[in-house]
Design a protein around this ligand. Structure first.
Ligand code: ADP
Ligand code: ADP
Length: 230
């Protein structure tokens, strides 16, 4: 069933139009790779979906709710269901790995300390970092930090995860471990929108490619079609 509908979405900075008339739909469990040249507006588009950037016009309908019409309080509740993973990890440096993961579920979902610990341990095992609970982010590699960031996003039980170039800041040897976690999530049925330059991921893991360029989504197709010549 349909999770997200984007209708006539537009974003403008000053008088510069980044994208306009963007229409797209996301099904439950769908994995979408958002491709396109640097500067095409992919990151801005992703942030417009969860209203981190207010769209200039158009609608974002998530689980039947038009986000652009909601009061801040209602929007915050729905946003909890939209997880985000950034290029630069954005972990809290003064918190240990497990504290990073426990923070939001304890604050926002009112989990007890014991419940949050149990959840965080499960998620750390899932991303292959069960032995890193008590260390600080600075002692981890970039790939490990990004896997913690994914676990942290998962701790809110999101219905969709937005990834903004999750492997672009990583040394090449770390890319695979992060992509493998994302591939496993895809196989588990997580709905994901992934801005990426990893063509292998787009080709092998994504159900759908959105190609963004020249102010909009120019092409929506299956990877097999997208990557076939000409
Ligand atoms: P690489 O970046 O490794 O050269 P590609 O040659 O597949 O990878 O892609 C180069 C650029 O062209 C990328 O921005 C990609 O999104 C885009 N691209 C690839 N295939 C198509 C296609 N069939 N239609 C439109 N754009 C495409
Ligand atoms: P991509 O993710 O495809 O590389 P971005 O969404 O980062 O593209 O950027 C698209 C365009 O929007 C770029 O020309 C960028 O300079 C511009 N842009 C992004 N954020 C802002 C901002 N806060 N103010 C003005 N222009 C911006």
């Amino acid at each position: 069933s349909e999770l997200l509908t984007i209708t006539n979405l537009k974003k403008q900075y000053g008088n510069k139009i980044i994208f306009d008339q963007v229409n797209a739909k996301v099904e439950q469990g769908e994995v979408i790779a958002i491709l396109g040249p640097s500067g095409a507006g992919k990151s801005t588009f992703l942030r417009a979906i969860n209203l981190l950037e207010a769209p200039t016009a158009g609608e974002v309908i998530f689980e039947g709710n038009e986000l652009t019409n909601l009061a801040e309080k209602e929007l915050d509740i729905l946003r909890e269901k939209i997880g985000m993973v950034f290029q630069s990890f954005n972990l809290f440096p003064n918190l240990t790995v497990i504290e990073n993961i426990k923070l939001a579920p304890m604050k926002v979902k009112n989990l007890s300390d014991a419940e949050a610990t149990q959840l965080a341990e499960k998620l750390l095992n899932q991303v292959g970092l069960g032995d890193k609970q008590s260390v600080y982010p600075v002692s981890l590699s970039g790939g490990q930090q990004q896997r913690v960031a994914i676990a942290r996003a998962l701790a809110m039980s999101p219905d969709v995860l937005l990834f903004d170039e999750p492997t672009s800041a990583l040394d090449p040897e770390m890319v695979g471990e992060v992509l493998n976690v994302m591939k496993q999530l895809a196989e588990d049925g997580m709905t994901m929108l992934v801005v990426t330059h990893e063509m292998g991921f787009a080709r092998e893991v994504a159900d759908t490619v959105w190609f963004m360029a020249d102010g909009g989504i120019q092409e929506i197709s299956e990877p097999e079609m997208f990557f076939s010549a000409p």
